[in-house]
Each structure stands twice: as structure tokens, then as C-alpha cells.
Design a protein around this ligand. Structure first.
Ligand code: KG4
Ligand code: ZN
Length: 334
């Protein structure tokens, strides 16, 4: 039997997750304990609370994954864990659990970059074709990554300030929408008939980098000025105006990169890839260009451990191993 089973562990932000993936492509167990309810009233993730929840949940989710898979640790071939980037206290919980598990069961240990995980979520649903362009867009990231082959990542563009999801959440907050605000803005945006014309931030002509803090400030100023003048603001018009600006710039840069790098496939990942406006726009434009474009299903778009096991499986086959000195790396580079 040549089948390989990798246990994945993810604790970089506010989900405590464990999963078992077969041969890098097939989910046999996928468990996610979300902490969203605990962070909601603070309007964002509170690091100290996140760490505490991870400590409480980590053993439970790992055991639950084994139970779902109807497997014992002896049947596994490796343990993959998110090494970074992320919240240091949160990362450490997963890394230490992975080290203990690997040591106890004499399994190889593999540290995975969280963004590589988001990209490899796609491999659980369709074959990856190279060269490939990945748009990773979430609460912590906005990056365009070029992949020549498995395991090779070149960051060709990234945000210079806020991540797209972060901007979504901040704009949502000024509109008094609950955290996380992205889905609420998305829903509201589709009901507007008169979107506010906010600026498009393209930066220099040749760059694939992004910037969202100026757009965010433009929204805040608009709200402030309207209030001062006693004008009524329709939240859906602000939501739609903001979303249109994000969608136009993100679509434009992703298209240009796909053409310049002559890729065979484009994939999107991360929480903001769930955005309907962005999905529709990217799907439509890539269809026109004739480049295959995919977004994983929602549970694999947001943080999960199956994506870490999937990325870890490729590293495992390449012979990449970490050692027991592994630590959480909050600012880990790709
Ligand atoms: O990938 P994710 O679950 O966590 C990380 O940040 O790694 O992404 C969460 C982010 C939040 O900022 C949330 O507001 C945003 O994804 N989000 C959305 C939508 N659904 C989630 N943003 C825009 N439109 C959506 N439909
Ligand atoms: Zn993420």
C-alpha cells in the first residue's frame, strides 16, 4: 500500500484545526473549531484570547480528526503544521502540539507556510497546472504568487499596508456592521443602485503591489463629511462603492499578471476570495481570456488544516523535514 496520510495542524489565527489528507489530494478528516464568537464583541481577533482557546481546543480537534478518519496515529506518515506567519502565541500552540505528536509517534515533522497552505487548498478539489498564478486574499494577506512548479513560490505582488480583508473589516465597522464585516459588505453591495465613486489605487504602472489604506481612509472621510453636513448616507452605496474599487483593482492586477507570466491556471484563495463581486468579476474576465480559473469551496477558502496537510504532503514527498527546534515564526517569508 503506497498511500500516504499526513496529519495537518493549523492555529495561526482564530481557528483551531486538524485534518488528515491522503496522498496530498484527498480529505479523510477535517475538523475546524472556530473562535469567532469569542472575538466578535471586540471587533477583531484578540491574540491573548486566541492563544487560550487554541490551548483548550488543540487536543480535542486532533483526536476528533483521528476519530473521523477512523485511524490510529501509527497509520500516519507525517505531521504538518503551520509554522508561520501568524500570531506568535497562537502559532506556538499548534507547533508544540505537532512536535509532541510527532515525537510520541515517531513521525516526521514538517513546518508549512500558511500561504502555501491556502494555495494548496485547491489541490484538494482539482489538479494544479503549472505555471500557475495564485491570488491569496484574506484578513491577513493580499498577495499574487507565481508558481513555476510544485513547492516553488515567487511573490510578485503584495499589499504595502492593509490586507484586503482588514480593509473590509474596518469599513464594515464604520458602517456599524458586525465582525467579520466582509460578508456583510458583500451582501449590502449588491443592493445599491448608486455606488459612491471611491478612488482606484493602482500605485505605479508596472507594480503588482496593492494598497488599501488610502481607500479605507477615503471611506472614513466620506462618512465623516456626510455626518458633519447632516447628509444621509446609504450604507449600501458606501459598501458598493468600496467593493467596486477593491474588485476593479484586484481583478485588473491579477489579469495583467496572468497574461505577463503566461500561466496555465489561476487560482484564488483566502476568506476574501469568497466575495461574490470579486468571484464574478474574476470568473468573467478569465473566461474571456480562456485561462482556467478556480476558487476552492468556502470551507477550504477560509483557514483550515486540510490545506496545511495538502501543502505538507508535497513537502513530505520532496523529502523536506523540520526538526524539534522548530518554533512559531510570526513573520515567516515564503
Ligand atoms: O482566510 P480568512 O478566513 O482568515 C485569514 O485572514 O487568514 O479570511 C478572513 C477575512 C475577513 O477579513 C473577512 O471579513 C473576509 O475574509 N471575508 C470576506 C468575505 N467573506 C470573508 N470579505 C469580503 N467578502 C466576503 N464575502
Ligand atoms: Zn488564512
Amino acid at each position: 500500500n503506497k498511500d500516504r496520510y499526513v496529519l495537518g495542524i493549523e492555529t495561526s489565527c482564530d481557528e483551531t484545526a486538524a485534518s488528515i489528507v491522503k496522498n496530498g489530494t484527498e480529505i479523510v478528516a477535517n475538523v475546524v473549531a472556530s473562535q469567532i464568537e469569542s472575538h466578535k464583541r471586540f471587533g477583531g481577533v484578540v491574540p491573548e484570547i486566541a492563544s487560550r482557546h487554541h490551548v483548550e481546543q488543540i487536543t480535542i480537534v486532533i483526536e476528533e480528526a483521528l476519530k473521523q478518519a477512523e485511524m490510529v496515529p501509527e497509520q500516519l506518515h507525517a505531521v504538518a503544521v503551520t509554522e508561520g506567519p501568524g500570531l506568535v502565541g497562537a502559532l506556538l500552540v499548534g507547533v508544540n502540539a505537532a512536535k509532541a505528536f510527532a515525537f510520541a509517534h515517531q513521525l516526521p515533522l514538517i513546518g508549512v507556510h500558511h500561504i502555501a497552505g491556502h494555495i494548496y487548498a485547491n489541490r484538494l478539489e482539482q489538479e494544479m497546472q503549472f505555471p500557475l498564478l495564485a491570488l491569496v486574499i484574506s484578513g491577513g494577506h493580499t498577495e499574487l504568487i507565481y508558481m513555476k512548479e510544485h513547492g516553488s513560490f515567487e511573490v510578485i505582488g503584495e499589499t504595502r499596508d492593509d490586507a484586503a480583508g482588514e480593509a473590509y473589516d474596518k469599513v464594515a465597522r464604520t458602517l456599524n456592521l458586525p465582525y467579520p464585516g466582509g460578508p456583510h459588505i458583500d451582501r449590502l453591495a449588491h443592493t445599491s443602485s448608486n455606488p459612491v465613486p471611491f478612488p482606484r489605487v493602482w500605485l505605479e504602472e508596472d507594480t503588482y503591489d496593492f494598497s488599501f489604506s488610502g481607500l479605507k481612509s477615503a471611506v472614513l472621510n466620506y462618512m465623516h463629511n456626510a455626518t458633519q453636513r447632516g447628509e444621509e448616507v446609504l450604507p449600501e452605496d458606501v459598501a458598493a462603492g468600496f467593493q467596486n474599487s477593491v474588485v476593479e483593482v484586484v481583478t485588473g492586477k491579477t489579469l495583467r499578471a496572468a497574461e505577463e507570466y503566461k500561466v496555465q491556471q489561476v487560482i484564488a484563495a483566502g476568506g476574501v476570495a469568497a466575495n461574490k463581486g470579486l468571484r464574478n468579476s474574476l470568473e468573467k474576465e478569465f473566461k474571456k481570456l480562456g485561462i482556467p480559473f478556480y476558487i476552492p469551496s468556502l470551507p477550504l477558502c477560509t483557514d483550515n488544516a486540510a490545506m496545511i496537510a495538502a501543502a505538507g504532503s508535497v513537502m513530505f514527498e520532496k523529502g523536506i523535514r523540520s526538526n524539534m527546534a522548530m518554533n512559531g515564526r510570526p513573520g515567516m517569508e515564503m
